[in-house]
Design a protein around this ligand. Structure first.
Ligand SMILES: Cc1cc2nc3c(=O)[nH]c(=O)nc-3n(C[C@H](O)[C@H](O)[C@H](O)COP(=O)(O)OP(=O)(O)OC[C@H]3O[C@@H](n4cnc5c(N)ncnc54)[C@H](O)[C@@H]3O)c2cc1C
Length: 769
């Protein structure tokens, strides 16, 4: 019966007679499979498990159609959705719970292996590491052996390798450390700081947008990969003839001591200081180069706002305190001005009396016609318009002539060329007008007769310090500049190219010479592309050869056209990586190089081509907007550009720890909480200011506290809070009443939570208003 009915139904499903016959035979033998055998063929295809349809209720319904009798009363559409939802809800909850258990378990297992008793007794130490021998020109201790040199077999082996000493712990040094391979060199890092700093975000740290700990990474952690050594000291002198670096250490008590660190290869990566341009009074300025600079700036900015918020501060003094002057319209100056503007728009607006925001002036003094003048014209214009819109005062074509403790004096020229002097009263000046030589760089430069550059040590295209023993001393980053003068190589170039030795260069010889120039000074490449044109242009007597005088003029003019590489993190990092790769090659090919007698002065040329800089673009933050100069393309804009700017810096972080911290900082900043807990407290005076700040800075609560104090008739509390709030008029009864109503239980809570402790603390520190 069932079989016949099924066959009949199948006929209704338009199956061919042959198929029907075959299936009815099959069904008679196995009636159990009546349904599946008689279904139209497309119905028995295997459902695609990866599509929604595989699990959909409609698919189930379609499958149910051919069954005999009335349609089974299955679940309704709504309830089946509910069950699906429940099922997946259960899956997700279950996997979350399992995931939590797994992660917790993994943490336990990790901890179990991390906190083990390590064997530290009886670790061998070389006698020379405990009692270094004295020597060198100043008879100082010479560090030939380190405390951890014999710690294990790996370190023992490393101590026999060539000694590579890196001076500085910034972008350049980290570039090398991250590129070197373990086992090639005995590495020593000399740095007065134990951490490396992500300098591009220092302006953000200076106003608390990001925390300083998000910008620093311990150098010991970085160098541990190479089993290297960190000497917390600064380099002060160099004895190139004996390959000894003189360093100075400072004990916790402030006692200074000097010692020599021997090297086989030395890399100078000590960065730069700010140039002064001979302006008097720079001791009244802040600089922004290090973490402590950022901390000091933040403290001064906050102090200025605190004192400006006091009712006892006169309006003129408030205006002076809230006048911020940035000298220099380069990226650092512009970014710092933008960050101060952000601070004023966010935290100051929320937590300080509105009059403080009203009295803020931000001034940027720039000696050139435009700010960000190393960027494209479009970018400069965009940044200027943005500042104009934000009310940041741009003073261009102006020169700062002096800085006093209370003001900045600068001069401008009017259209007739007459000099006018101006003065801006201020209590905060940032000096950011370019770079100058670090004292150590200055010392090294003074030791070499052919070093004449004023801002950095001159290096050749292989980054070797010019004049130092070849292949022993290198310099990178802000401390160095690659030579651009071609004319200084004139005689050697002529000697090499002048094949017929007639003292003149014909066109064929000129072509040879061009190739040699490109090899020695790769930055000249783009200026030497029109070989024939140049030859004809400078062949002033048209004798089809270039005389020495003609050549000298040609090379001098080409040299003048080459622009030195900018002092940026990008350059320093690329140079560091270049040296890291080169030194690895030297170490790995040591045997071959030795066999071919190439391990001497020419080793750099043998293993690597000269350093070539690849510009990846410049960027700058200009206050909820950012600009990108990518060479031929410029990109600028508001939020989208700002997020792109953040993404670039985020991806450039040295470690995942700083990446995570940065992310948290940026998220926290969106809730208007700029790192307030970290504001420092120095002495009793500062302490009072700190209390004032803390209690008035609780967003919007000053009003509530006032209301609370008033409603609960806390006269003294009311008076103190009233004074702290820096108001210029009394709160009306209506204000107090509406505030109390709008915050139901808040007055009691706020009064108890904030007003009383505020009063107590202020009394404790004898704070008088
Ligand atoms: C506020 C600010 C923002 C910047 N923004 C950008 C940017 O957005 N993009 C960009 O590309 N560049 C930027 N720069 C420039 C960039 O930081 C520098 O070009 C880069 O740091 C240079 O790297 P460096 O390794 O030569 O020197 P640094 O990174 O300055 O490192 C020098 C190191 O040497 C150490 N040192 C100093 N003296 C001695 C000594 N005597 N002995 C031993 N160690 C010593 C220092 O402690 C430091 O660790 C910015 C710079 C600043 C200050």
């Amino acid at each position: 019966m069932l079989v016949t009915a099924a066959v009949r139904r199948a006929a209704g499903a338009r199956l061919s007679p042959n198929v029907l016959r075959t299936r009815s035979i099959y069904l008679e033998r196995s009636p159990r499979f009546a349904y599946s055998a008689l279904r139209p063929r497309q119905d028995i295809t295997i459902p695609n498990l990866f599509t929604k349809k595989a699990f959909s209720t409609t698919a189930l319904k379609r499958d149910a159609k051919p069954t005999s009798g009335p349609a089974p009363s299955g679940p309704t559409k709504g309830s089946s959705r509910f069950w699906t939802f429940l099922k997946y809800g259960a899956y997700i909850t279950g996997s979350t719970i399992v995931g939590c258990f797994v992660v917790t378990g993994a943490i336990f297992v990790h901890d179990a292996f991390t906190y083990t008793d390590k064997h530290i007794e009886g670790v061998p130490i070389a006698p020379l590491a405990l009692h270094p021998e004295r020597g060198g020109p100043k008879n100082l201790p010479i560090v030939t052996s380190y405390l951890s040199d014999l710690e294990d077999s790996e370190n023992t082996e490393l101590s026999k390798k060539p000694h590579l000493v890196i001076v500085g712990g910034g972008w350049g040094a980290v570039g090398i450390l991250n590129t070197l391979k373990l086992g090639d060199y005995h590495v020593t890092l000399i740095s007065p700081e134990t951490y490396t700093t992500f300098t591009p975000l220092l302006p953000s740290a200076a106003v608390g947008t990001v925390q300083v700990r998000s910008l620093v990474e311990p150098l010991r952690k970085i160098i541990a990969r190479l089993h290297g050594h960190l000497l917390n000291a600064k380099a002060v002198d160099l004895v190139m003839s004996e390959r000894l670096l003189e360093v100075e250490t400072i004990s916790p008590e402030g006692e200074k001591a000097r010692l020599y660190v021997p090297y086989d290869k030395l890399i100078i990566a000590v960065g730069s200081t700010s140039s002064t341009h001979g302006v008097p009074g720079l001791e009244n300025c802040y600089q922004l180069k290090t973490i402590s600079d950022a901390r000091n700036i933040r403290q001064r900015v906050i102090d200025n706002f605190e004192v400006a918020s006091l009712p006892t501060t006169t309006p003129e003094e408030r205006k002076r305190l809230l006048s911020f002057v940035v000298c220099g319209g380069g990226p650092t100056g512009v970014e710092t001005a933008a960050e101060i503007y952000d601070l004023c728009q966010e935290d100051v607006m929320n937590y300080y009396p509105k009059v403080c925001r009203e009295d803020v002036t931000i001034n940027v003094i720039q000696s050139r016609e435009h700010i960000l003048n190393t960027y494209s014209e479009a970018i400069s214009k965009y940044a200027e318009n943005k500042f104009l819109h934000d009310g940041v005062n741009l003073i261009t074509n102006a020169r700062v002539s002096a800085v006093t403790p209370h003001s900045v004096i600068y001069t401008t020229r009017d259209k007739s060329g007459k000099t006018e002097t101006h003065e801006i009263p201020t209590n905060f000046v940032l000096w950011s007008t370019g770079i100058a030589m670090n004292p150590f760089t200055k010392r090294v430069s003074s030791l070499l007769p052919n070093q004449v550059h004023k801002k950095a040590i001159e290096v050749d295209a292989h980054l070797r310090v010019k004049g130092a023993p070849v292949g022993e001393v290198y310099a990178i980053g802000d401390a160095s500049t690659i030579e651009t003068s071609i004319v200084s190589h004139l005689l050697e170039l002529v000697d090499e190219a002048d094949k017929n030795k007639d003292g003149k260069i014909d066109f064929d010889e000129w072509q040879v010479m061009v190739n040699e120039i490109k090899k020695r000074i790769p930055m000249s490449e783009e200026h030497l592309s029109r070989v024939r044109e140049l030859f004809d242009l400078y062949d002033s007597d048209s004798d089809n050869t270039l005389s020495l005088n003609e050549l000298a003029v040609l090379l001098q003019e080409i040299g003048n056209k080459i622009t030195a590489l900018p002092a940026t993190a990008q350059v320093a990092s690329q140079q560091g990586k270049y040296l890291g790769r080169k030194f690895t090659k030297i170490a790995r090919q040591r045997d071959v190089l030795t066999a071919n007698e190439l391990l001497g002065p020419g080793v750099d040329e043998a293993v690597s081509s000269p350093f070539k800089y690849m510009h990846l673009g410049s960027l700058a933050y200009i206050g909820n907007a950012a600009v990108f100069d990518l060479g031929k393309i410029s990109f600028m804009g508001g939020l989208a550009a700002m997020y792109a700017w953040r993404s670039v810096y985020w991806s450039e972080q040295v470690s995942s720890r700083t990446r995570a911290l940065l992310m948290i900082d940026w998220v926290v900043r969106h809730f208007g909480l700029r790192n307030q807990r970290k504001w420092q407290v120095r002495d009793k005076n500062d302490r009072s200011k700190h209390i004032v700040r803390r209690h008035t800075a609780i967003a919007g609560h000053t009003d509530l506290m006032l209301a609370a104090a008033s409603v609960f008739k806390q006269g003294a509390v009311y008076n103190v809070l009233y004074a702290l709030s820096g108001r210029s008029g009394h709160m009306s009864f209506r204000d107090v009443f509406s505030l109390s109503l709008s915050s139901a239980h808040a007055p009691a809570f706020v009064q108890y939570k904030f007003a009383r402790p505020a009063l107590k603390e202020l009394q404790m520190y004898n704070f008088t208003l």
